[in-house]
Design a protein around this ligand. Structure first.
Ligand code: ADP
Length: 786
């Protein structure tokens, strides 16, 4: 090697460049020359390890200015201006480094800045830097060795730059091991050209096999997430890039959402989780549907908004390529990031285009697969739902058929008795006892029928959600007493003992007196129905945990454990055969449960098993201790008989027969009754009397019941008094009830009137009277009263 030489070493393996470097620097140090190394850290570390291993004291050499080593990338960036080497900077920076060497010695320099530029795709800048070295060498002699990795410089586009690089060196060393000494310089240069071609071919083969492997891997993946990861990993491997992002089009607004990422920490990917259209490299690539190359994030204005983030994340260049499907739709953007400024080679660009084309189709396929899978699942589910719905409908239909058979049977049984007795009474001359018996049987069976019809109507109201409560203060004790009294006869007739236990502390709550009575009545009739002669039925009212608890226990036939969970279901009966022992529609308990729930209470059934009796337990919330409803009502004894003792009732009906019948009924129950045949007559009477309860028909000529109650409420507004009012009507629809309530009635009893119900309701509203009046008076004192 002469005193001033500019040699270039091509290498195909890392080990071979370290060999050449060690030989070059080792020879220099042995001959007392000063060495300057500008190389990547890996090469510097390997060099120093080898030199130390053979006994060189690098610390001393460094201190005496005979050995200086610098990082190639750092030095290069201080030499570049706008990506190209700047002669002034070069002179300043390299001159500065040379000045630190011992001035009296010959100098050897090993440099890899040019190689960084060429592998970064900057062939113009590479040649320019080589020229600057040559220029410097013309001014001062030194031996300079450059090294290029030939295996990274494949591709026809680089054949010319490599030839130019060679032209700028006085000596060229090809890669690989073969006898270099003795070979003619031209031959060596030809070998380098051939090596570059071989490297190009090898690179093309590698690219093809990578592409093939990627598409093979992609075709075996069907879930979108893993396809995205595969695409990103392959693109990064192809570029030898440490970082990358794959963003997908935001389905909600123009822009991108992050799909997968690699090599970034949380700080950066938070920045790119959503990228607006036109934002940075990815956003611009998405907006313009074309590749965007940011060779240097520090200088490219497109990247200005993300520059700070790029610095923090540690990358200098980034290439974004749109993912466009075969149909021409853009579905996302694939970006790779480089630690140094980087211009993609022709090969990189071509490959990236191929990668993104394959990737876009693979992503589309995976999405399609996911959609189809989803549709298949949906279809399976809806089929399963359909099956279930059909099974339910069929079961409901079967139950309905059974129910209709039961209904007709249940309605016909009392009808037979009615028709039979009607026939007996009309034909011949029945004696008085027969007449009485016939009337009793007809009445009882008509009641049974009316009850069946009422239950069916209630169930249909439950189904349509139109069953409403008429809530007011209720004395549960009297509700239970009335219900018990109405079944006592049936119990006695059957030989079943009926006991009632009432706790004063649980008497008063807020609810619908009529409906509560219906609940108790239902449980009691079941208990008596399912208990044989000699058995016992007990109804007990207690206060438990702030609730009123009603327990109806019987010693009857009990309920099988497998039927117990269904006992409150509609149309459910333990025995649904036509030959069953007991009548009934299987509706009573369903109605009970619904009514209890409307009262915000609970009901459950217990039974140790068939033959061991049953217990039904209802719990109803009570108003707190300070509440009105809990105050004792001394004027209504728990089991007051007759029920209307001391209650003054004004009865209004235009039908004289009805008036006579009802007034007899109420008088028998202990009430003092005044009657009026029209609304006008009632209003006239009300000037002189103050009844405890007003009971009025609704449909009346001239002035109807609504008008009567409205007039009364207007008159009463003055005094603050409000007479409890019961409407009598054959209209039982919800809207009729609502209209009656809106006009001013407190409750209503349907026609034809059930005497027990009417008495119960009148007793109920009369019991509230003291409390209502008391409350009204407290709010608005009336000096004329009392
Ligand atoms: P119904 O009594 O009209 O059949 P319910 O809804 O009142 O309808 O009762 C449903 C079923 O629950 C009855 O058919 C019977 O099998 C069972 N059940 C109800 N109460 C009792 C009871 N106290 N003892 C035994 N079984 C009962």
């Amino acid at each position: 090697m002469s005193e001033s030489e500019h040699a270039v070493q091509f290498y195909d393996r890392e080990a071979s460049v370290v060999d050449s470097l060690t030989d070059f620097v080792g020879a220099g140090l042995m001959t007392d020359e000063a060495c300057l190394i500008i190389a990547p850290k890996g090469h510097r570390d390997a060099l120093e390890e080898r030199l130390r291993a053979v006994g060189f004291d690098l610390e001393t050499a460094h201190a005496s200015g005979r050995y200086q080593a610098y990082d190639a990338a750092d030095t290069l960036s201080s030499v570049l201006v706008d990506g190209a080497p700047d002669p002034e900077r070069f002179a300043e920076v390299v001159g500065g480094l040379l000045a630190r060497l011992d001035a009296g010695r010959r100098v050897r320099i090993f440099g890899e800045m040019v190689s960084l530029l060429l592998t970064g795709g900057r062939s113009d800048a590479t040649i320019a830097l080589e020229e600057l070295w040559n220029g410097l060498q013309a001014a001062q002699p030194f031996r300079l060795l450059c090294a290029y990795p030939i295996h990274l410089l494949g591709g026809s586009a680089l054949a010319h730059p490599i030839a130019q690089v060679c032209a700028r060196h006085s000596r060229v060393v090809p890669a690989g091991s073969y006898p270099r000494h003795g070979a003619v310089d031209e031959q060596l240069r030809a070998i380098v050209a051939l090596q570059q071609q071989a490297s190009s071919l090898q690179a093309a083969v590698d690219d093809l096999s990578r592409l093939h492997e990627m598409s093979a891997r992609l075709s075996s993946r069907l879930d979108v997430e893993s396809v995205l990861r595969e695409v990103l990993a392959s693109a990064m491997a192809m570029h030898d890039a440490g970082r990358g992002l794959l963003s997908l089009c935001d389905p909600e607004r123009p822009g991108l959402v992050l799909g997968v990422h690699a090599g970034f920490d949380e700080g950066f990917f938070k920045e790119v989780e959503r990228v607006p259209s036109g934002g940075g490299g990815c956003g611009t690539c998405y907006e313009e549907r074309r590749r965007i190359v940011i060779e240097d994030v520090e200088t490219d204005p497109i990247f200005a908004p993300y520059r700070e983030a790029a610095r923090r994340a540690g990358f200098r260049a980034c290439h974004s390529t749109p993912l466009v499907t075969q149909r021409g739709d853009i579905i996302g953007v694939l970006s790779v990031h480089f630690p140094l400024p980087h211009r993609p080679s022709e090969r990189e660009i071509r490959l990236m285009d191929l990668y993104t084309r394959i990737a876009a189709d693979a992503i589309e396929n995976a999405r399609l697969h996911r959609r189809l899978q989803q549709e298949l699942d949906d279809r399976r589910q809806s089929l399963a739902r359909e099956h279930m719905a059909r099974a339910e409908a069929e079961s409901a239909n079967r139950m309905k058929d059974e129910f209709l058979a039961t209904v007709s049977h249940e309605l016909r049984t009392p009808l037979n008795a009615i028709l039979g007795w009607a026939h007996i009474l009309r034909s011949g001359r029945p004696d008085e006892a027969t007449m009485a018996r016939g009337a009793e049987v007809i009445e009882r069976n008509a009641h049974t029928q009316a009850q069946l019809i009422e239950d069916i109507l209630d169930v249909s109201r439950v189904s349509t959600g139109s069953l409403r409560l008429h809530v007011g203060p209720v004395d549960l004790a009297s509700v239970i007493t009335t219900a018990t009294e109405s079944v006592r006869f049936a119990a006695e007739a059957k030989g079943v003992e009926l006991t009632v236990l009432l706790d004063e502390a649980a008497r008063h709550l807020s609810g619908d007196a009529g409906r509560l009575q219906q609940i108790v009545w239902n449980l009691l009739t079941n208990a008596i129905k399912f208990t044989d002669a000699g058995g016992r039925v007990e109804v007990q009212l207690t206060r438990v945990e702030g609730h009123a608890q009603i327990r109806v226990t019987d010693t009857g036939e009990g309920i099988a454990p497998e039927f117990l969970p269904f006992v409150f279901d509609r149309f459910r009966r333990a025995d649904s055969t036509i030959t069953r022992a007991h009548g009934g529609l299987g509706l009573g308990l369903a109605i009970v449960r619904h009514l209890v729930e409307l009262h915000e209470g609970t009901v459950h059934a217990e039974s140790p098993g068939e033959g061991y009796g049953s217990t039904f337990v209802i719990r109803l919330p009570m108003v707190d201790a300070a509440g009105e409803a809990q105050r004792p009502h001394p004027d209504v004894p728990a089991a007051a008989t007759p029920a209307l003792q001391g209650v003054q009732v004004l009865l209004v009906d235009d039908d004289q027969d009805a008036l006579d019948m009802l007034s007899l009924l109420l008088a028998t129950a202990g009430a003092s009754v005044r009657t009026a045949a029209s609304a006008a007559e009632a209003l006239a009477l009300l000037r002189w009397i103050r009844p405890d309860v007003l009971v009025s028909d609704l449909a009346m000529p001239d002035q109807d019941g609504y008008s009567l109650i409205r007039s009364l409420r207007v008159i009463e507004r003055e005094s603050g008094r409000e007479t409890p009012a019961v409407a009598l009507t054959a209209y039982v629809r919800v809207q009729d009830r609502a209209r009656a309530a809106a006009a001013g009635f407190n409750t209503f009893v349907k026609k034809p009137v059930n005497p027990e119900e009417l008495i119960g309701v009148i007793a109920g509203v009369a019991a509230t009277r003291g409390a209502t009046i008391g409350r009204v008076l407290r709010e608005r004192p009336d000096p004329r009263r009392d």
